[in-house]
Design a protein around this ligand. Structure first.
Ligand SMILES: *Cc1c(COP(=O)(O)O)cnc(C)c1O
Length: 365
């Protein structure tokens, strides 16, 4: 049996460190705020090579608070790729802005730069650059468009901890970046957690205030904010795991390289392409097949777990019928029935990757 995700195995490999870290938080009762949170925020800012990190309650809040902190006029349009998790677009609406979907490219599934240009109107104020599946967006091209039209760039890095665009870590390449530490992400907490990174001190301060009731100090509130804090227990867990992330990412990349080499000539699938400028951290390894459902059933019968990310493109969800973009001939609108995520993660052994390849090759469409 080859699992899609195995958090129990990961915990066993670092149990001593995790148990000690949790015990320490409980012992000094630093549940909200405190040294464990500060230590993680500093470590994660350094890891992403950003000047500031603000811990928040989850990745969706991170995007929403980042947008709110930019202070855009109500009803501003924000461009979001059509192939992502709903959080990328949900946060836009929740922050009082209007979602405009643009296509994904068929090489690495991140935002399609040509379609992005076509979506810009006088109301457009920002772009959500989702580094999907851990592959960075083409940031030079995206930033050039943003500069030309005076748009903010918000990076959705929920799947891209440690990913690099031409040697630069994602998150603070644009104006502000949002991370999720949902348990199944490359860096995952033991519950919900998220963070915002930026090189802009004023923006970081504003995010911190929004996430903590709009206050500068206890009971002194400059404006109405909300409660979206990263708690001490999660921060302590994340600090332990962050120290292992490079090793885990190296394992993901090795598995991906094995797949890319050994599945190259399989006729009934299309492999993802990693751009030469990308350090992709492979949150997911997504292939395409016209025979997706049969292939998935074949793999399941052979003990190989798979997933689909995402089965319905965002414009086609009931939640977005009002935008009337479901009928557009976008690659994302058409490809959703062909996407298949094959096993990927630090839990996989080299022989697991060999088994996955063998089982895929044994499929006859
Ligand atoms: C997981 C995810 C989010 C949301 O993160 P949560 O912590 O679950 O709120 C946002 N965007 C993308 C692309 C994600 O994969």
């Amino acid at each position: 049996m080859i699992k899609f995700l195995d958090l129990a195995k990961q915990y066993q490999s670092i149990k001593g460190e995790i148990d000690a870290a949790i015990g320490a938080v409980i012992a000094d009762t630093s549940f909200i705020g405190g040294a464990h949170l500060r230590r993680f925020e500093e470590a994660f800012a350094a890891y992403q090579r950003a000047e500031h990190c603000v811990g928040v309650a989850n990745g969706t809040d991170a995007i929403e608070i980042a947008i709110e902190a930019l202070g855009l006029p109500h009803g501003s349009e924000i461009i979001v790729p059509a192939n992502s998790f709903i959080a990328s677009s949900e946060a836009v609406t929740r922050a009082g802005c209007r979602v405009v979907f643009c296509d994904a490219n068929e090489r690495n599934y991140t935002i399609d730069i040509d379609d992005l240009s076509r979506r810009i109107t006088p109301q457009t104020k920002a772009i959500i650059a989702v580094h999907l599946y851990g592959h960075p967006c083409d940031m030079d091209a995206l930033l050039a468009i943003a500069k030309r039209h005076g748009l903010f760039v918000i990076e959705d890095c929920a799947q891209a901890h440690g990913a690099e665009y031409r040697g630069r870590r994602v998150g603070a390449i644009g104006d502000i970046g949002a991370f999720s530490f949902y348990p199944g992400k490359n860096l995952g907490a033991y519950g919900d957690a998220g963070a915002i990174v930026t090189n802009d001190a004023a923006l970081a301060r504003r995010c911190r205030m929004i996430a903590n009731h709009g206050r500068v100090e206890k009971y002194n509130h400059e404006f109405e904010g909300r409660n979206s804090r990263l708690d001490g227990l999660q921060a302590a867990v994340l600090s332990v795991k962050l120290a292992h992330l490079d090793e885990w990412t190296a394992r993901r990349i090795a598995i991906a390289d094995y797949y890319l080499e050994h599945l190259r000539d399989v006729p009934f699938i299309t492999l993802p392409e990693r751009a030469e400028w990308a350090r992709q951290v492979y949150h997911l390894f997504v292939i395409r097949s016209e025979h997706r459902d049969a292939l998935q059933a074949h793999l399941k019968a052979g003990g190989v777990e798979t997933g689909i990310h995402y089965p319905i493109a965002l414009p086609k969800l009931a939640a977005y019928r009002y935008l009337n973009q479901h009928g557009e001939a976008l690659f994302a609108n058409c490809a959703d029935s062909t996407l298949l995520s094959i096993p990927m993660g630090e839990h996989l052994e080299p022989e697991d990757a060999r088994t996955v390849v063998e089982r895929i090759k044994a499929f006859s469409p």
